[in-house]
Design a protein around this ligand. Sequence first.
Ligand SMILES: Cc1cc2nc3c(=O)[nH]c(=O)nc-3n(C[C@H](O)[C@H](O)[C@H](O)COP(=O)(O)O)c2cc1C
Length: 220
Amino acid sequence: MTLMEAIEARHSVRAYTDRPIPPEIRAELDRCAQACSREGRLHITVRYDDPDGFDSRLAHYGSFRNVRNYIVLAGEKNADFNLRCGYYGEKLVLQAQQLGLNTCWAALTFSKKNVRALLSPGESLCMVIALGYGETQGKPHKGKTYDQVAEGEGAPDWFRAGVEAALLAPTAVNQQKFRFAYADGRATLRARGLGTCLRTDLGIVLYHFEAVSGRRPDVL
Ligand SMILES: Cc1cc2nc3c(=O)[nH]c(=O)nc-3n(C[C@H](O)[C@H](O)[C@H](O)COP(=O)(O)O)c2cc1C
């Protein structure tokens, strides 16, 4: 599966089967998590066969079921911590999709107490991502259009392709509160309005845009 196919096939999946993740896929995910941690100056770990991360009343209320594996996005907090967690977390999400797994970002509906207990002293928790073999592949969400999130006269194909990929990215409560602009050969990306998890969302859409267009927008 190509990266673009993974972007198109990915939907949030909240109910998982008991099928364990095989050792060779774990090794692949762990390698990717380590590379992302190094590059992003983060501490990203994948927890396997550990149902405690989503074992809370809130997790059930949030309609998660049988989450036995998850990715922990943590590290030392600084100005762009949430942006970096979004960017590298989504890189792992798409890698997982390419390996035949399903995912769902979770800012609220997981057991913060149990996950925090896994952190090293001084580390902050951004959020987690549920991981595993879904009961289904999820389904496409209704989203905004190109014109609702992008502006710029005569934008080239790479910009359009990047924005289209960003429109397929997950955002908290499907809010899609981001805006791309094109001018003088360059792209910019900013959050728009008020919302929850906006900087993490921005990192996620930044990864989609960059992975498909090959260009990195200036994040404002
Ligand atoms: C930063 C972030 C936080 C999220 N937090 C939660 C959550 O706490 N509980 C939940 O059920 N879904 C959560 N989601 C999943 C979104 O609801 C989902 O991505 C969105 O509705 C779009 O659907 P899609 O991912 O299938 O495209 C989160 C997504 C993102 C990007």
